[in-house]
Design a protein around this ligand. Structure first.
Ligand code: IPM
Ligand code: MG
Length: 360
């Protein structure tokens, strides 16, 4: 049966990198008989400009009907003065929450060809393979009450709420343990249980859930230490599981270990394996429209889509091999360029991956 993919490029470099991922999907459709159809829709600032809302009803409906969603990035200077509820980011957060995409898998893998592009010494990062499992629909991102209020003395006070239910902690815990069973069977749960009650509960529930996975070893770490350990000795980690806010921060940190945030894909899954796939980087307004953004994170997100939502693991592996091939060929976008390699633009990189797919 033909699977439907909703394609939501978003803003900034989102449109450029998604165009390359679409080339890859097109090639899989034509050359490898992958039964898919793609439909594009607006999200983020682009949707606001056209429909005065970052997540118009037709985009949400398309995403809900689709078997999988491919998303680029949202946001840009142009929309920064809008009220928070209408900002491009709300389009992304709305999709995550409306589709129930609570489990965000963010693998941080160092491609050996890029060891020199990491800001850390090669011996610290070589062989790095971490899976960050970030809870994506709860925490301070969605917690209520939230807002800015005026106090009796006329001073304004901003407030947000960090909140997690046991059931939310339990289900993201199960995602992490399941991921660990396919890997090195170690889970490190990251919290701030020494200060925050909410994450004290997090730690308690994780410990309880771990009992159902006797093959997996659970450890706990405070988030400040985890940030330090990620840059000190990142290879100690296999799976890291954490809340929405800590996961946002730690995954950017882990990304840099791999040389560039332009290399990291992600999958955001619901309880049934339906997913939205996006690079973890943002819309990079500073380089948008120049044709120099790295499309590999988005192309690798397509590989995750094939693996987690479309049940095509062989094609997923094929994309990953193709990415390795172009890196072996020495092709680099500006963010991963080091002297001695060949600098290419976004479209050239996408074309090279498509070529490599055919030649494998
Ligand atoms: C991410 C991004 C988003 C987040 C922004 C764009 C809302 O930073 O996916 O990590 O904070 O989750
Ligand atoms: Mg982020």
């Amino acid at each position: 049966m033909t699977k439907k993919i909703a394609v939501l490029p978003g803003d900034g470099i989102g449109t450029e990198i998604v165009a390359e991922a679409v080339k890859v999907l097109e090639s899989l459709r034509q050359d490898f008989s992958l039964a898919i159809e793609m439909e594009h829709a607006l999200v983020g600032g682009a949707a606001y400009d056209a429909h005065q809302h970052p997540l118009p009803p037709q985009t949400l409906a398309l995403a809900k009907q689709a078997d999988a969603v491919l998303l680029g990035a949202v946001g840009g200077h142009k929309w920064e003065t809008l009220e928070i509820a209408l900002r491009p980011e709300k389009g992304l957060l709305g999709l995550r929450s409306e589709l129930g995409l609570f489990s965000n898998l963010r693998p941080a893998i160092l491609y050996p060809q890029l060891a020199a592009a990491s800001s850390l010494k090669p011996e610290i990062v070589s062989g790095l393979d971490i899976m960050i499992v970030r809870e994506l629909t709860g925490d301070i991102y969605f917690g209520k009450p939230r807002g800015v209020r005026v106090l009796d003395n006329g001073e304004r006070e901003g407030f947000n709420t960090m909140v997690y239910r046991e059931s939310e902690i339990e289900r993201i815990g199960r995602s992490a343990f399941a991921a660990a069973l396919r890997r090195d069977r170690r889970v490190c749960s990251v919290d701030k249980a020494n200060v925050l009650e909410c994450t004290e509960l997090w730690r308690e529930v994780m410990t309880r859930v771990a009992k159902d996975y006797p093959q997996v070893t659970l450890s706990h770490m405070y988030v400040d230490n985890a940030a330090m350990q990620l840059v000190r000795a990142p290879k100690q980690f296999d799976v890291m599981v954490t809340g929405n806010m800590f996961g946002d921060i730690l995954s950017d940190c882990a990304a840099m270990l791999t040389g560039s945030i332009g290399m990291l894909p992600s999958a955001s899954l619901d309880a049934n394996g339906k997913g939205m796939y996006e690079p973890i980087h943002g819309s990079a307004p500073d380089i948008a429209g120049k044709g120099i953004a790295n499309p590999l994170a988005t192309i690798l997100s397509v590989a995750m889509m094939l693996r987690y939502s479309l049940d095509e693991p062989a094609l997923a592996t094929r994309i990953e091999i193709a990415v390795n091939t172009v890196l072996d060929q020495g092709l680099r976008t500006g963010d991963i360029y080091t002297p001695g390699t060949k600098k290419v633009g976004t479209a050239q990189m996408g074309d090279a991956v498509v070529q490599a797919l055919r030649n494998i």
